[in-house]
Design a binder for this molecule. Structure first.
Ligand SMILES: Nc1nc2c(ncn2[C@@H]2O[C@H](COP(=O)(O)OP(=O)(O)OP(=O)(O)O)[C@@H](O)[C@H]2O)c(=O)[nH]1
Length: 323
């Protein structure tokens, strides 16, 4: 029998804006420094990957406008085959789900008999935004589906990164740990992080011995392919130049139903094209090297009042009064 080396695979999980891409980029940089060739599977909720430029030159598959956990779980299976072809070989594979993906479903896709011999899941690294961990549990207390998804993101983990510790209120720490301990398996380690900073060796530890997914239960996919995501991504395009201060003010005043925003904006001053990130009520902007990209604003949230948001953007940011 021929034996060949399986590709060590890491799953990055965690809710919207918790810091998955931040950790992924650190892992990539470290792999390269060690002379390893990484492969990446990225899944975005919006129709466009606004962070695409960060991965220039990488072997990457993007799965846009869907979510690994439902409609494109089959695509994930198909596309993972890409990395099994000799010419696309990689030393290690990183899979980042959307912020609303259930890592169990990713594990299930990897446990497919056609893939099982090719990939070996080492760890499910789940990030939690420490500054929002308790808030989210109260905001979503009335939705069983979301609560379960948030809980599964923690309970399926083999390592938890309690991220954004710089934004946390000290008095909440004990409550977070209490809640977290109830969700995770006893021996799962929790590491406190800021910008996902952990030694790579900790992230790379093989923390998964057997994949606890029952393939017997795949039941022709009847149940989990039909749920509707309560989360939606809305995209605004062709946006004229905006004043940075006005835009940031608008972002910070967004209703709680908007959980995350990102995109590409043309700023009036300082003038230029900027990529922006909005998570945990914080805004980050970075000037793009390539100033030719199209502008867009992606809002991700839960039951968002889309028309109101569009109108308030026009009025408050673009100052179009007759919107
Ligand atoms: N203050 C603070 N900001 C952080 C930290 N970690 C990440 N961020 C910022 O939070 C924002 C979201 O981080 P990402 O790494 O894009 O989060 P994500 O989980 O990939 O987000 P989704 O794309 O929504 O799934 C970015 O602006 C990050 O720079 C942290 O520890 N502290």
């Amino acid at each position: 029998m021929t034996t060949y080396k399986k590709i060590p695979t890491y799953i990055l999980s965690g809710f919207l804006g918790s810091g998955k891409t931040t950790v992924l980029l650190k892992m990539l940089a470290d792999f390269k420094a060690r002379g390893l060739k990484p492969g990446i599977v990225l899944n975005e909720l919006g129709q466009v990957n606004v962070e695409g430029h960060l991965f220039k030159g990488e072997k990457m598959l993007e799965m846009l406008d869907g979510c690994i956990c439902c409609t494109i779980q089959d695509d994930l299976r198909e596309e993972l085959q890409f990395f099994l072809q000799d010419e696309n070989g990689v030393d290690v594979l990183l899979i980042e789900g959307t912020g609303v993906a259930n890592p169990k479903e990713i594990l299930e896709a990897l446990a497919d008999p056609r893939l099982e011999d090719g990939f070996e899941t080492q760890s499910v690294i789940s990030l939690a935004d420490a500054s929002k961990f308790l808030d989210y549990r109260s905001i979503f207390s009335s939705s069983r589906e979301i609560r379960e998804m948030l809980n599964d993101q923690m309970s399926s983990a083999t390592l938890i990164l309690l991220n954004k510790m710089d934004l946390i209120q000290e008095k909440n720490k004990e409550k977070i740990y209490k809640k977290m301990r109830k969700l995770i398996k006893g021996d799962v380690e929790i590491m406190e992080t800021v910008y996902g900073d952990v030694p790579l060796d900790e992230l790379l530890k093989k923390r998964m011995s057997t994949v606890s997914v029952s393939l017997g239960k795949r039941e022709t996919d009847d149940h989990h392919h039909h749920h509707q995501h309560p989360f939606k991504a809305v995209k605004l395009e062709n946006i004229p130049a905006v004043e940075r201060i006005r835009f940031e003010k608008w972002l910070k005043k967004l209703p709680e139903s908007v959980l995350r925003a990102k995109g590409m904006m043309q700023l009036a001053s300082p003038s230029g094209l900027y990529q922006f990130q909005f998570a945990s009520k914080e805004v980050e902007m970075e000037r793009m090297e390539d100033q030719e990209c199209a502008t867009c604003l992606i809002l991700i949230g839960y039951n968002m009042p889309v028309d109101e948001l569009r109108v308030s953007f026009q009025k408050e940011v673009l100052q179009i009064m007759h919107a």
